[in-house]
Design a protein around this ligand. Structure first.
Ligand code: BMA
Length: 337
């Protein structure tokens, strides 16, 4: 880990100054988005004791990128680690898990019951980077923390009762309240799941839960769905990239899709893609610790250049990237007949 930049260099906006990782559409590609030719960008054994590194979150930071990475170690414990990169592709990840300091006097009560941490998301919100993750506290629920520098991390209280996964913050307050999507679940591999919206005055107490979207029978998203990257604000609505799961005779298949949510009332769905954006079709998505998984957790946007780069986990084993045009993805979402 390098020394963090001095505070004055911390970007006041989430956009940073580095160009987003990008490759033009390859010849012959017909999908809405296309895979990086450098995939997987992070292999499973980047760290001496990593079994796998996947389902991870990346944000612009200063003149480069920072991230929070899901690392399952060689005991198969699941935890989150901080990382830094100059270009968003080549990463240095701390071999030690993040040690969250308690943000208030009550947080040690949940820290004493630590089980695991996985599937992080990172969101620039007002003046800091918030991290949400799946936190084990008598089963999975949503952990919340923050950092200013990706060196020191602070933990707030869990957002919800167990069981819950895929907690994803919006990058600004909506109607004066902090806002989060999540997916109530069970204590196992959850054969169901809808996306819900919740709001909070303080990022600790969450309520006014509203239903957003349910799975759709006999499609790529027939079993369960869950929010992926931090929603992207566009003039047409919040662009939500999410995962959708179907149950095949050989188990779950995790694909990614996209929807547009109302800017002021994000529990209202404006449009939703009929087809998947990307499904597991190449070897690093089909073969690994859990086959047939493409699981998005982060996205970078260059709005003036109309560029979108999605980070996703491949087969619960590696980190991958896909690229697309933001406007084409929005058209794709809107094209559902
Ligand atoms: C979910 C989570 C994800 C994982 C997926 C497929 O329940 O555990 O981290 O990618 O299953 O195994």
């Amino acid at each position: 880990m390098t020394t963090p930049p001095p505070a004055r260099d911390l970007a006041p906006s989430p956009h940073g100054s580095a160009p987003i990782p990008w490759e033009d559409r390859p010849a012959g590609s017909t999908g809405v988005i296309w895979r990086s030719s450098r995939n997987p960008i992070i292999g499973r054994d980047l760290l001496p004791r990593s079994n796998s590194i996947f389902n991870s979150a990346v944000v612009p930071f200063g003149d480069g990128y920072a991230g929070v990475f899901r690392v399952d170690d060689t005991t198969r414990a699941m935890n989150v680690h901080a990382g830094r990169s100059a270009d968003g592709v080549a990463w240095r990840i701390s071999p030690q898990p993040i040690a969250f300091a308690a943000a208030d006097a009550r947080v040690p009560e949940i820290q004493a019951r630590f089980e695991h941490a996985y599937d992080p998301r990172v969101t620039w919100l007002e003046d800091r980077y918030y991290v949400t993750w799946c936190s084990g506290y008598h089963g999975p629920t949503i952990g919340v923390g923050y950092t200013h520098d990706f060196e020191t991390f602070h933990q707030l209280d869990n957002a919800f009762l167990p069981f819950n996964r895929n907690g994803v913050l919006f990058p600004r307050r909506i109607g004066g309240a902090y806002a989060m999507l999540s997916r109530p679940s069970d204590n196992g591999h959850t054969p169901f799941g809808d996306i819900f919206f919740s709001e909070s005055p303080d990022l600790v107490h969450w309520g006014r839960h509203r239903h957003v979207m349910a799975p759709i029978g006999w499609t790529w998203e027939s079993t369960k769905i869950g929010a992926g990257p931090t929603p992207i604000e566009t003039p047409e609505g919040w662009l939500l990239i999410y995962h959708g799961v179907l149950t095949s005779c050989n188990g779950y298949v995790y694909s990614m899709g996209a929807a547009l949510l109302d800017l002021d009332e994000p529990w209202k769905v404006i449009a939703r893609s009929r087809d998947y954006l990307l499904s597991p079709q190449v070897v690093y998505e089909q073969v690994g610790d859990v086959p047939n998984v493409a699981f998005p957790c982060a996205a970078l946007v260059d709005q003036p250049a109309d560029r979108l780069t999605i980070y996703y986990g491949g087969a619960d084993t590696v980190v991958c990237m896909a690229h697309g045009s933001l406007s084409e993805v929005i058209d794709f979402v809107r094209s559902r007949s």
